[in-house]
Structures are given as structure tokens and as C-alpha cells.
Design a protein around this ligand. Sequence first.
Ligand code: ADP
Ligand code: MG
Length: 280
Amino acid sequence: MIQMMANKIKKPIIRLRNVTKIYKVGVERIYALNGVNLELWENEYAAIMGPSGSGKSTMMNVIGCLDRPTSGYYELDEQDTTEMGDAALARVRNERIGFVFQSFELLGRLNALKNVEMPLIYSRDGWWARRKRAKAVLERVGLADRMKHKPNQLSGGEKQRVAIARALVCNPSILLADEPTGNLDSKTSEAIMALFDQLHREGQSIIIVTHEESVAVHVRRIIRMKDGQIHSDLPREQDPAFKTTPHQLPVNAGYRNELNSNNSVGSIGAGQNDAQEEQA
Ligand code: ADP
Ligand code: MG
């Protein structure tokens, strides 16, 4: 039993300590991030939510090493990134981070396969091995029959699948998606979320910025931001917007027990510990 529990202990992939990001616009200083502390874990499945301007994209850009904090400490895979030079940071970004954006950001001149191969440019593998990897990941996202299509020959959902394949091709520690369903209709959004669910089940860590509850309902953990700070950080079933109180459930003790046991083995993270202490 103890051994089983030990196996469940996960490592943090990402650790932010008192991170700030300050933009200067004229004489004004904008605290886009204002003292953020956060841990993200192996096989994490989290949503970052919050009003427009609350710092969600800034936090994703810092986590994704697209941007550096103004102050504070950021550790990725147990390595301090704040000490790294620009070349080292670019390398880490290429190898450890997969990005997915609302607007897909594919190269229009290249077909799906070549778009997915792009991040492998720094790989030591030969072209044949790279092609094989790109094909395998396109198959994984359900696009085996679209490899030769260019972006303008693909639907929105297919474009986002290509972008997800490109984000996965280097086998990243974490997949960061900023409003990945923002340009998709609701049916296509559901299909993309089903793909994220599948990737999560296969062990991938995924963080999604979203303002859509239909997206957030898929994840295990909800991080809410406000004014550049983390306002709440809870397992989804304890987040106020998603909380299902016992009286809303069918009157059935078995179902309640199942809910309780789900809570106790739910995603781990600082937020859940806080919440459990509150309940105790
Ligand atoms: P969100 O993604 O939650 O909408 P952002 O992270 O994009 O929020 O922005 C947080 C705050 O920082 C906002 O007030 C925004 O106007 C400001 N901001 C973001 N990027 C810049 C920038 N490059 N220069 C100046 N201010 C910025
Ligand atoms: Mg944003």
C-alpha cells in the first residue's frame, strides 16, 4: 500500500516563485504578473481562467519561455531558467515546450507534414527519422489522410490538429494551449477537447487558457487569475463554478461515495491541499 502511494507521488515540471512581469508604457508600470507562485505537475491537466487582461497570456508566455519574468524564480524540469542565456532558453523552449494558439500559426506554404517537421530542425536525427516521427504524431492526432494538405486545404479543426501535432513532435514536458478552441465551432471544439483528453490519458501534461466552461469541464484543475495574481487554484469539482453540492446530486449514497473517493485521488497540487484543509 505504501509502495502504491509512493508510486503516485509526482514531480513538479514547473515551479514559479514570486514571479512578476512589469510592462512600462510611457510613465505607467503595468503589473501583468504580480507575485505568482505556482507548481505544475507531471500529467497535469489544468485550465487557466480569468477576465481579459488578468495576465493569463503573460503567464503562458513566461511558462513557455517566450518571455522572461521581470523578477522572481522560474524552474522548468528542475532547472533554473532565470540563469539561462537566450540561446539556452530557446533550446529549452524547443525541446520541452509545446505551444498551441487560437489562430493555429501554421506556415501557409508548407503542407501538414512539413509544418509538423519544422520543430525537429534542431534534432540530431536524419531526415528519414524526422519524417517518420512527424508522420507518427500526425497519425496520433487523427490526420493520417491529410499529411499532404496545405493549411488552406484543411478545416479549422484539422488545422488545430496539425498545430497540436507540431506541438507534440519534440515530445515536450508540457503542452501549453492559449484559447485553442477560440476560433472553432462548438462541435469541433468538443472534438479537439476529446483529443486533449486522450493525450492527457496517455500521460501528457496540458495547460489550457480558456474562458469557456465547456472547455474547462474537461480538466482536473482550475487556476483563476485576477489582476496579475492567482485568485484561486482548485480541483475542478471544488471550483465554485463547477461545484456540484450533494443536494444537487441524485439521492443515492453510492454516487456520493464515488464522488468523495474521486476527490481524494484527484489531481494533486497546492490548491487541492489547501481545499482539503479547508474541508477538514
Ligand atoms: P489576458 O491574457 O489575461 O487577457 P495578458 O496577459 O495579455 O492578459 O495581459 C495582462 C496585462 O498586461 C494587460 O493589462 C495587458 O494590457 C498588459 N500587457 C500585456 N502585454 C503587454 C505589452 N507587451 N506591453 C504592455 N502591456 C502589456
Ligand atoms: Mg490572453
